[in-house]
Design a protein around this ligand. Structure first.
Ligand code: G3H
Ligand code: 13P
Ligand code: ZN
Length: 349
């Protein structure tokens, strides 16, 4: 199957009332793990690459590896997505490579650290939307700022410093025409999200629900959505790791989000933990091993297990065969002739 527009994938998820996991990749084994999980659970999927991933793997290696996934698994709809684009140029380069979706994270300035102004965010996001939609490519924007720092990207802090204001979310969606909207509700990137199990109030699910009420048809995106399971932490620490006690986003809260408009759920850290634990276990228990296959195979299997579980929990499992991909050129026409709406439905307060 050719790569699919993320807009189509999320529109279908909205029709079916489920969420779609968007999993970060940096190398072949992670892509293989996601595809094995997608096949196992019959799931459509978003495969996403950060700027750091594109630099680490080199653009063309990563692009062709994801393309290989779409050739080897023709029954699985895959959207190839740029995660946290920091500028128009980053998004343009992903689109020119062949990504079917980009995130313009204008919540931060181009340095990927400093929160930007609302007007700056609107301007750069709108510029990306105009360029992307002309080419049939989907755009995710972000309003509000996440906490934490990954690979030098992120504002830092707890995640509760810049929670999304629902009125701004409405204005942002109207002025930019984004296809999907990432909101800040207290999550942060990385393993250290919370020092105790968060309840609904810590996570500001009320804000998410308020935004969904105002923008009932807008696809919401939850970043920083790893659950950081204790069993994955324990494997790492059992075999020489030194993770401090920590909590992630409970799956029940994500499921509550999915019932309230969340269609894309970003997960990276859980997969990092699963792979690292599996590798540590081999190297710790069998120190004589030196063939990378001896630890990369269990690492890939450990990631497949996590991804398959999330696909089932998010509800995308079983939906891979629900629809045929619409060619990107048709999607571009849809944006141009208005068949694909770019103006959100806004409900009164
Ligand atoms: O944005 C967060 C993702 O986990 C990607 O992280 O920038 O370290 O590749 P990264
Ligand atoms: P986690 O660090 O919680 O996996 O979040 C990943 C993410 O939001 C990628 O954009
Ligand atoms: Zn993110």
């Amino acid at each position: 199957m050719p790569l699919v527009s993320m807009r189509q994938l999320l529109d279908e998820a909205a029709k079916g009332g489920y969420g779609v996991g968007a999993f970060n990749v940096n190398d072949m084994e992670q892509i293989q793990a996601i595809m094995a999980a997608a096949k196992e659970t019959n799931s459509p999927v978003v495969i996403q690459a950060s700027r750091g991933a594109r630099a680490f793997a080199q653009d063309r290696f990563l692009f062709h590896l994801i393309l290989a996934a779409s050739e080897l698994y023709p029954e699985i709809p895959i959207a190839m997505h740029q995660d946290h684009g920091n500028s128009f140029e980053t998004c343009k380069s992903a689109i020119e490579l062949g990504y079917t979706s980009v995130m313009m994270d204008g919540s931060l300035k181009e340095d990927g650290k400093t929160p930007s102004s609302f007007e700056e965010n609107v301007a750069v996001t709108k510029r990306v939307v105009d360029f992307a939609h002309d080419r049939g490519v989907t755009v995710e924007g972000e309003i509000g700022v996440l906490g934490g720092v990954e690979d030098g990207h992120g504002a830092g802090g707890s995640g509760l410093e810049h929670v999304t204001d629902p009125d701004q979310a409405v204005e942002f969606a109207e002025r930019t025409g984004v296809d999907a909207l990432a909101i800040a509700i207290g999550t942060s990137h990385g393993a250290y999200k919370f020092t105790k199990k968060p309840d609904g109030s810590v996570l500001k699910m009320d804000v998410l629900i308020a935004i969904h009420k105002r923008l009932p048809n807008t696809h919401l995106v939850m970043h920083g959505s790893s659950s950081v399971p204790k069993d994955l932490q324990d494997v790492i620490n059992q075999y020489g790791g030194k993770l401090k006690e920590t909590w992630g986003v409970p799956v029940e809260e994500i499921q509550l989000g999915i019932r309230n408009g969340v269609r894309k759920i970003n997960v990276d850290t859980d997969n990092r933990l699963a792979m690292t634990g599996a590798i540590r276990k081999v190297l710790w228990t069998q120190p004589e091993k030196f063939d990378p296959r001896d630890y990369m195979k269990p690492a890939r299997e450990a990631m497949q297990k996590v991804v398959a579980l999330r696909m089932t929990q998010f509800g995308q499992a079983g939906h891979a065969g629900d629809y045929a991909p619409i060619p990107i050129e048709e999607i571009a026409k849809g944006y141009a002739d208005g068949t694909l709406a770019t103006q959100p439905l806004v409900a009164a307060k």
